[in-house]
Design a protein around this ligand. Structure first.
Ligand code: AMP
Length: 380
């Protein structure tokens, strides 16, 4: 009997546990809260990520450890890695946790990035703005997610407000200034690398955000083949440089025919949820196969898929359940503003059938604005 330990007990851990059941796996989830939604399907060890006694018990009860949450302290991951195999490795985790370290790595690997600068003080910010110009985005280096810990500097009149909002964090989590990219599209590569170095990607995904949170994903992204190949080559270089094992996402902006890397997520990713119904093997099962050293499954896509995120509250399930193309996911969480509480994936054999399913879903769920950009992309 193999037990996979997961640090973090959110919906990603929940979907990992669900996809691991057919493989006969057991799970143990470490989370600091008692109502972690993965605990509805896997035993929970309630402890803080820094609690050494909790980590020691976790290490004793699992055969291999992985993450649903990328902000597990790097020192906890390192401590654990001395006692049990941890994938992805703690160095990969620590690079991906830090926007400055990951952008520096991308640059070293010849992967284009938006111009950026390390910001340690207000003087650094003023200096960097002379070089990078406005508009720009000030972000925390660590612990930001879903658009949190970011301030858009549209004109120089915004600099005082940006510093008032984030300046204090220069000394704690660090800050980075990035050039604001007026991109035409956002895409992500979901990739998996096995313990033996085998590397696979799913077809590229196009993503739409609402208030900094992923709202919809479409796969395969309708992108020229050479761009898709470039995106995959970027992901492979990152995976090999970090000796990465498991699934990760590389988020890219497409601007005027060029791909610029925004960030990587060292875990299964929201923009890969469509792989559950839309691919031969889901990102969740392939992540488990990778960390366990099992053969990777085919990442071949089955037709076309669109995922819609449910943020804050769930719409009526019936609008998805009565749709022939619809697949409903309720994470078993209570409603809260900005919280990811579920998603739906629509899968169809043709672009026209997917567009039709989305139009019906938009009306039935009262989410016409959410489906509109995807339908427009599908030519509907
Ligand atoms: P992030 O947390 O870096 O993924 O940022 C959240 C969202 O903000 C991204 O998905 C983009 O829509 C937007 N964003 C982040 N960085 C930039 C940038 N340098 N230029 C333009 N938009 C950005």
């Amino acid at each position: 009997m193999t037990t996979v330990g997961i640090l973090g007990g959110g919906q990603l851990a929940r979907m990992l546990a669900l996809s691991g059941a057919p493989l006969g796996l057991r799970f143990l989830v470490l989370d600091s809260t008692s109502d972690a939604c993965a605990a509805q399907f896997a035993p929970l060890l309630q402890a803080d990520y820094r609690d050494q006694a909790g980590l020691a018990e976790f290490a004793q009860r699992v055969d291999v450890a992985t993450f649903d949450f990328e902000n597990v302290p790097a020192e906890s991951a390192r401590w654990l890695a001395e006692r049990v195999p941890v994938f992805p490795n703690p160095r990969a985790l620590s690079v991906a946790q830090d926007r400055l370290a990951e952008k520096s790595l991308f640059r070293e690997l010849d992967i284009p990035v938006p111009d950026f600068a390390d910001i340690g003080s207000r003087a650094d910010l003023d200096q960097a703005l002379i070089r990078i110009g406005v508009p720009a985005i000030l972000k925390t280096r660590r612990l930001g997610y879903d658009g949190k810990g970011q301030f858009r500097i549209k004109t120089l009149a915004d600099v005082d407000a940006a510093w008032a909002a984030l300046g204090a964090q220069a000394a704690t989590v660090g800050l980075i200034l990035e050039d604001f990219v007026p991109f035409q599209r956002e895409v992500s590569v979901i990739a998996v690398r096995g313990r033996d170095g085998e590397f696979r990607t799913w077809p590229l995904t196009e993503n739409w955000h609402e208030s900094g949170i992923l709202s919809a994903s479409l796969a395969p992204a309708t992108l020229a083949d050479d761009l898709a190949e470039k995106a995959v080559a970027h992901a492979r270089r990152v995976a090999e440089a970090l000796d990465y094992v498991g699934v990760f996402a590389l988020e890219l902006f497409l601007k005027d025919g060029e791909l610029l890397a925004n960030e990587m997520a060292p875990r299964v990713h929201n923009s890969g949820h469509w792989t559950i119904e839309g691919a031969e093997t889901s990102q969740f099962q392939n992540h488990l196969r990778a960390v366990l050293g099992l053969p990777l499954g085919s990442t071949r896509m089955l037709g076309h898929a669109c995922m819609l995120n449910w943020i804050g509250t769930l719409p009526s399930a019936a609008g998805v359940l009565t749709n022939d193309c619809g697949h409903w996911h309720d994470y078993g969480k209570s409603s809260r503003e900005g919280r990811k509480v579920g998603h739906a994936t629509f899968r169809a054999d043709s672009l026209a059938a997917l567009s039709d399913a989305l139009q019906r879903a938009g009306r039935a769920l009262d989410r016409e604005a959410q489906v509109a950009p995807v339908i427009a992309r599908l030519g509907g």
